[in-house]
Design a protein around this ligand. Sequence first.
Ligand SMILES: NC(=O)c1ccc[n+]([C@@H]2O[C@H](COP(=O)([O-])OP(=O)(O)OC[C@H]3O[C@@H](n4cnc5c(N)ncnc54)[C@H](OP(=O)(O)O)[C@@H]3O)[C@@H](O)[C@H]2O)c1
Length: 386
Amino acid sequence: MEKKRKISIIGSTGSIGTQALEVIDKIRDKFEIIALAGGSNVELLKKQTEKYQPKLVSSSANPDLLEGNHNAKILTGMNGLEEICSNKENDIILMACSGKIGLRPTLKAIENGIDIALANKETLVMAGDIVMAKAREHGVNIIPVDSEHCAIHQCIKDISQVDKLIITASGGPFLHKTVEEMKNATVNEALAHPRWNMGRKITVDSATLMNKGLEIIEAHHLFGFDYDDIEVVVHPQSIVHSAIEYKDGSVIAQLGLPSMHIPIQYAITYPERYEGIKSKSFSFAEIARLDFEKPDFEKFPTVKLAYNAGKIGGTATVCLNAANEEAVFAFLDGKIKLYEIYEITKKIYDEHKVIQTPTIDEIFEVDEKIREKTKDYIAHLIQKVL
Ligand SMILES: NC(=O)c1ccc[n+]([C@@H]2O[C@H](COP(=O)([O-])OP(=O)(O)OC[C@H]3O[C@@H](n4cnc5c(N)ncnc54)[C@H](OP(=O)(O)O)[C@@H]3O)[C@@H](O)[C@H]2O)c1
C-alpha cells in the first residue's frame, strides 16, 4: 500500500489553507494531517481540528477556545508553530500564513529536514539568502505554491539551459483604470480582484502590483536568476501562469484555468500528480484568445521599487516588505488612500540604511523598526490632515 504523506498546514484557516484542505478532501487517502495552525479565526480552526483530528493544533488566539471533540495537543503562539515545525513525523509542511509569521517556522522545519510547500512569499522576501542556503545545507525541497513560481517549477527541466524567467501578472482591478481612478479607489474596489479570490493583504498587493514585485524577489531566490533575467508581462486572463525561455529561444509556458487548487495540489503532492481537484478539462477553443502587454511601471511604480530592492539585497527587501505591509494595513483600516501605500513605502525605503548580509536577528530587528517607523509616519500624515 502507498505510504500516506504526513502534512501540517500553518495558516489552515486562510485562503490558501482552506483550499489546501479542499484538495486533501479529494485525495484523503494520500494524506495524514499531523498539525493545523491558524491565527484569530479560532472557531474555524476548532471545526477543522474536529474534522481532521490532527495530533497538534496551534492558534495565536486564546488556546482555551480550541477545546473540543478532538485529542489534539493544543499549542499557542510562535512556540506552537515552532513545535509543529520541529515534529519530524512531518513529510511536508504547507506554509500558508501571511506576512512575517512564516519565517521562523520555515527555518525550524528546514533545520529538521522537512520539505516545505511555500505559499508565504514574505519568508523569501525577508530572508531568501538565509532560507535557501539552509535548505541546500539540509537537503530540503522548497516547492513553490504561488501559481507563477509553481508554473516555472513545472517548466524547468535543466535550469542551466534557461536564460530568462517570464512572470505573468493579471494586472489586478486597476489595469485599465486611470491613475486618478486608482487614487480614489475604495477598499472594496481594491479588494475586487478580477481573477483570484485571495486573502486581503495579497489582494491589495495585487491591486498596486506590489505582489508582482514581491514575486520577482521570490523568483530570484527560488531559482537563482539575476533580476535582469526576470521579466514581467501583463496577461489579464491569468491562463498562462508563467514561462521560461531557453538559451535557443524556445519558450515553455505552463497554462491552466485560474485556480489556486492546482498549484497547491502540485506542491503538496510533488513529484506525484493526481486527478484530485481537477474539475474540467482545459480547452484552447473555449479560451479562444490570450492577451499580453507590457507593464506600465509609471502607473505601477511598486514593481520598479521591488526590482531596486532586490538588486540592492540585504535588508532592502526586509524594509520594502515591512513598510508596504504596514501601509496596506493602514489602507485596509481606511486611514490612507491606495496610492499612498506606494508613496509611504518609498519614503521609508529611501531613508533605510541597508545592512548587506544581515543575520536572522538583524532581519527581525529591521522589520520591527521599519514597522514602527511606518506606523509613526502614517499617524503623522493623518494628524496633518486633521
Ligand atoms: N490566496 C492566494 O491565492 C495566494 C496565492 C499565492 C500566494 N499566496 C501567499 O500565501 C500566503 C497566505 O495568503 P492567504 O491569501 O491565504 O492569506 P489569508 O487568507 O489572510 O490567510 C492567512 C492565514 O495565516 C493565519 N495567521 C495569521 N496570523 C497567524 C499567526 N500569528 N499564527 C498562525 N497563523 C496565523 C491566518 O489565520 P486566521 O485567519 O485564523 O487569523 C490564516 O490562516 C501569503 O503569503 C500570500 O502572499 C496566497
